[in-house]
Write a protein that binds this ligand. Sequence first.
Ligand SMILES: Nc1nc2c(c(=O)[nH]1)N[C@H]1C(S)=C(S)[C@@H](COP(=O)(O)OP(=O)(O)OC[C@H]3O[C@@H](n4cnc5c(=O)[nH]c(N)nc54)[C@H](O)[C@@H]3O)O[C@H]1N2
Ligand SMILES: Nc1nc2c(c(=O)[nH]1)N[C@H]1C(S)=C(S)[C@@H](COP(=O)(O)OP(=O)(O)OC[C@H]3O[C@@H](n4cnc5c(=O)[nH]c(N)nc54)[C@H](O)[C@@H]3O)O[C@H]1N2
Ligand SMILES: [Mo]
Length: 761
Amino acid sequence: MTERHGDGPDGRKPEFKPYHHPAAGWGAAKSVTKFLVQEKELVAGPQAILRMNHENGGFDCPGCAWPDDTKGLHLDICENGIKHVAWEMTRKRVGPELFAEHTVSELRKWSDTELEAHGRLTEPMRYDAGIDRYVPISWQEAFDLVGSTLRGLDSPDQAAFYTSGRLGNEATFLYQLWVREYGTNNLPDCSNMCHEASGRALQAAIGTGKGTVDIHDWEEADALFILGVNAASNAPRMLTALAEAYRRGAQIVHVNPLVEAGATRTIIPHDFARMATFRATPTSTLNLQPRIGGDMALLRGMAKALLEMAETDPEALDTEFLAAYTSGFEEYRAVCQEIPWAELERQSGLTESQIRAAAGVYRSAERTIISWCLGVTQHEHGVDTVREIVNLLLLRGNLGRPGAGPSPVRGHSNVQGNRTCGIDHRPSADFLDRLAEVCGITPPRHHGLDTVNTIEAMHRGDVKVFVGMGGNFVLAAPDTPYTAAGLAKCELTVQVSTKLNRSHLEHGKQALILPCLGRTERDLQAAGPQATSVEDAMSMVHLSVGKRTPASPYLLSEPAIIAGMARATLPDSATPWEDYVGDYDRIRDTMSRALDGFEDFNERVRQPLGFRLHQAARERVFHTPSGRAEFSTADVPDVVPAPGTLALGTMRSHDQWNTTIYSDNDRYRGIKNLRTLIFLNAADMRDRGLSEFDPVDITSTAKDGTTRSLKGYLAVPYDIPPGCAAGYMPEMNVLCAIGDYSIQSDQPLMKHLKVTVERSR
Ligand SMILES: Nc1nc2c(c(=O)[nH]1)N[C@H]1C(S)=C(S)[C@@H](COP(=O)(O)OP(=O)(O)OC[C@H]3O[C@@H](n4cnc5c(=O)[nH]c(N)nc54)[C@H](O)[C@@H]3O)O[C@H]1N2
Ligand SMILES: Nc1nc2c(c(=O)[nH]1)N[C@H]1C(S)=C(S)[C@@H](COP(=O)(O)OP(=O)(O)OC[C@H]3O[C@@H](n4cnc5c(=O)[nH]c(N)nc54)[C@H](O)[C@@H]3O)O[C@H]1N2
Ligand SMILES: [Mo]
């Protein structure tokens, strides 16, 4: 399963040439054109793209969760959003013929890129073990198989229902309703690997699981701190916000072991004059390169420096805010004073003067936003670090006022909406009470399984049915062979998907592939064409309308597939499944009664830009035990690698969407034709006697002492702090042991694997 890219049999030579151009701009335009030609979408592609992110009537970009611009400009689309849309719109098809030609064992030998490159799935398929092939099955038979298998289990807790963050709000609501009416809270989701730490930290500190700022706040901030985000590749529309911030004189501090392209300069997509003259705008005023996991020490050091300033500078702290709205400030001040600078330097990998410089920027700004992504969350101490972000914001009252606050960069386009609409393996009692009252069901009260625990339960034989609503579970999850073996033990695995992927091939004893409509496609139901809603990373909820002819006449919408499975599982259900599918307004009516903040949902979601979900913390009302924003006093963790070992972070290349690999190139990092690589500091290369592209074996050691290896990866010298290394997900998930998850968030430690690297023998 650990395939090799780039340096493989096709003989294309890997290349590495550091990138010195601005992010976005013409390189991006060229790359898009090439991609559209490859997908044979040169005509339809651009037309569809012009409909993307339009208020009223367009569809939401299925790429990232960055909010749409607010000025009526619709050209602020990005290279990677276009690739993502074109990927869904491809003319290529995977029908029953392909499955008739190839056994599953044969398909397993294909690379992940090849699997998806064959195009869109067209019909429901069932695995036939006798001939090791997928064969066509009717929708009704497929639903009946799901229903009878689920009804045959000893307990509803023997099934787990995964969600990938693409699912629209209406389908999400129906999905969790089905699962809870059936009787379990086993709702693992991609968020368990993504921003679980952010949700838990923000909930504990300020009583909301989300960031509190919106896009207008980004336009008003005078300091932006961006931690652990590769903006140019993963949230490209953020580049526009950064460039605009730079032009109005804001300070922009990037904190990342790598200096990513988005932390240098960019060409703003809608700024034609500048595009035409190749004039770039800087997107950074300061870059800090901490060691992997060093963010918390940096943040604590900034707080320490600020508290020192406050001894002589009465304006350094917002003392009124601290007194009126927070709890635990004195304890926090004490831990900041106690920790010596030498320890902060050692743990952050930065010097005292660098940390003080960052604190100076923070002190000089009236309005500060701190933004972060996976570089902060996928660590043992991810929750503590996000809480430290809040601590720092609280010191200067940077919360609940314009231009200030915490702003996590969410991943999938609707991952935030999934949580809001009920995908949570630890639902609150209030949420369940209301669901019970409004929907007339008796939801289970005990907590369910998250991603890691679902995999463990498969191995114990406690989970026997797995349903994946989108995503590519086997590759996204840690410990790839272990996860595959868990799926293989299941009685039934069901994947609702748009394209063929590895999770269809690593399946249970029985298996179904259920193909669904994509977001760009027309969704016609009894009451006419339907729209679904999504929530962006800044809590704006708006409608998304697909217009294209579906990839195949046999596709069903996600709500229809969920309702079909639900009806077959719960024949006596009082839930009006068919009515809901006939007209999504009816789902929204129920949601408006069952969910906080969704009053008059149908009406408000039809406003031109949708609506923002109400958040008490934005008004300085904190739903925490103390009724105040709470400081935390966690210790700065020890993240310094043991002698001879390195801290390895896994990340995305520029040319990939999570488990979807478009090509073996990573333009902004200067890499061509290579994914099986490891970026290393020059000193660490020298210590090991390595030169560029020398093959190395990488061995990780898990918390339980077990080891896992990848062999023959190529070493690439890179500007990364000593003791740190980086490489690509999902290939490197082979190195991430199932037991290596954070005790704070249960998130796999995908940004901090403990490895040794040595020349391949
Ligand atoms: N084109 C595209 N867009 C995407 C995605 C995609 O795959 N492709 N994925 C989407 C999803 S689901 C998500 S969650 C987001 C992910 O967006 P990102 O969080 O940007 O994703 P990664 O590629 O994992 O990059 C993590 C960044 O953190 C840095 N980093 C690693 N370790 C540390 C550390 O200890 N401290 C700090 N400060 N930084 C560190 C890495 O150098 C890298 O720049 O993007 C979303 N958008
Ligand atoms: N090592 C390592 N591992 C990681 C990470 C990391 O940084 N490092 N990041 C983690 C993160 S942040 C995340 S979010 C997960 C991502 O985990 P997932 O969400 O599970 O994975 P994706 O690659 O986004 O899923 C791609 C598949 O979704 C299906 N799909 C696409 N569009 C649709 C649609 O509209 N409907 C349906 N039903 N299916 C669709 C297609 O079949 C496609 O093959 O990976 C995690 N894994
Ligand atoms: Mo994510």
